[in-house]
Design a protein around this ligand. Structure first.
Ligand SMILES: Nc1ncnc2c1ncn2[C@@H]1O[C@H](COP(=O)(O)OP(=O)(O)OP(=O)(O)O)[C@@H](O)[C@H]1O
Ligand SMILES: [Mg+2]
Length: 340
């Protein structure tokens, strides 16, 4: 049987996988539920179902934190199980993994170790900088471009990258993502209404209201707990409150985009002004993000078609094309000699 090739984008919120043999992309929540401190109770979407609802003996764990692997053993177990689950994954396969750039070499190598030292018995593991995978997913000509700016708005991180001539010119991984927006909403609702809502409820509010639409009247009634009486109840939350909560984390992203552009060499910056800014990552689905960034930064901004699977779509193309394959490299290469 010919060996299979998998493309992996391991997000803090969702794992995205490309399976070459089946030619499919699937995603599943990056979550594991542990009962009584050591027994694995559920993985992936099933474990996420229990988030904020689980009894006290079940801990719902997100093994990735802010874009890097924080609980290695849990992550390895989760990945092995997801690949096994109905998907009959083949041992001895090849893996191409998208990794963030602005992390330490040790954090980067953990992605490599995760697969190479697992029961998957990987035959070969190559890595691709995630923004490069994003650019390929966007159908951009990574090799011949004079300058590209990509912002990946993920669950716990926002990765900003300047690419030119096939390489990374500048990169920054901000620890701001969908979860930061959710928590900002939870906090503001608590302070202004003495009303406690869960993070998932905040996510529903945020997804419904978006960022930059002409609507300023909408209200959504959500469940929570009144902090004065302690009684569970429903309260209407206004769009303006949710927008106000998201303002600070959004401004921080805009400031980081400005500061990266300020440090970009002039010719590359000129090309970026011509080509525009590209948005990827799940949060880029939020209505109005594109317009907001465009207005705040003053550069034409576009969003990937399916922004959350843009990087893994890029991995698919890299796996399929001999030419693009060169964008993937092994951590056992000459450049990584010190790690052997
Ligand atoms: N339609 C939508 N509107 C608003 N937000 C959305 C929508 N769909 C997904 N999201 C948000 O996207 C985020 C997940 O995006 P993504 O899958 O890119 O993250 P990730 O890759 O797992 O995380 P990271 O890249 O930070 O490690 C979540 O916070 C989720 O709330
Ligand atoms: Mg991501």
């Amino acid at each position: 049987m010919a060996r299979n090739i998998y493309g992996l984008d391991l997000g803090s919120y969702e794992i995205k996988v490309y399976d070459k043999k089946k030619d499919t992309i699937w995603k599943e929540k990056d979550v594991i539920a542990i009962a009584d401190k050591n027994e694995i109770f559920a993985v992936g979407d099933d474990a996420y179902e229990m988030y904020e609802k689980a009894p006290s003996n079940i801990e719902v764990v997100f093994p990735m934190k802010e874009g890097v692997i924080s609980r290695f053993n849990n992550m390895q177990f989760l990945l092995q199980n997801l690949l096994k689950k109905d998907r009959q994954f083949a041992r001895g396969s090849e893996y191409v993994i998208a990794v963030p750039t602005d992390v330490t070499e040790v954090e980067k190598k953990a992605f490599f170790d995760l697969v190479i030292h697992s029961t998957a018995r990987a035959r070969e593991v190559n890595i691709v900088e995630r923004s490069i995978a994003d650019a390929v997913g966007l159908n951009l000509d990574v090799k011949n471009t004079g300058g590209l700016f990509i912002a990946n708005f993920g669950g716990e991180t926002t990765e900003l990258s300047v690419l030119a001539g096939g390489g990374m010119v500048m990169n920054r991984l901000l620890k701001i993502g969908g979860v930061s927006f959710d928590l900002a909403v939870v906090n503001l609702v608590r302070h202004s209404h003495d009303f406690l809502i869960g993070r998932l409820t905040a996510e529903v509010l945020r997804k419904n209201f978006g960022i930059f639409t002409s609507d300023s009247e909408s209200v959504l009634t959500v469940a929570g707990r009144d902090l004065i009486t302690g009684v569970p109840m429903q309260k209407p939350i206004s769009i303006s409150l949710v927008r106000a909560a998201m303002k600070d984390p959004l401004l921080e992203c805009v400031r980081a985009i400005h500061s990266l552009l300020d440090r970009t060499p002039p010719e590359v910056r000129r090309a970026i002004h011509e080509n525009g800014i590209f948005l990827t990552g799940g949060v880029a689905n939020m209505a109005g993000l594109e317009t907001y960034i465009e207005e705040m930064v003053g550069i034409k901004t576009r969003t990937a078609l399916d922004p959350d699977i843009c990087a893994v779509t890029g991995l698919k193309k890299i796996i399929m094309s001999k030419d693009l394959r060169k964008l993937a490299y092994s951590m056992l290469d000459e450049n990584y000699r010190w790690m052997r």
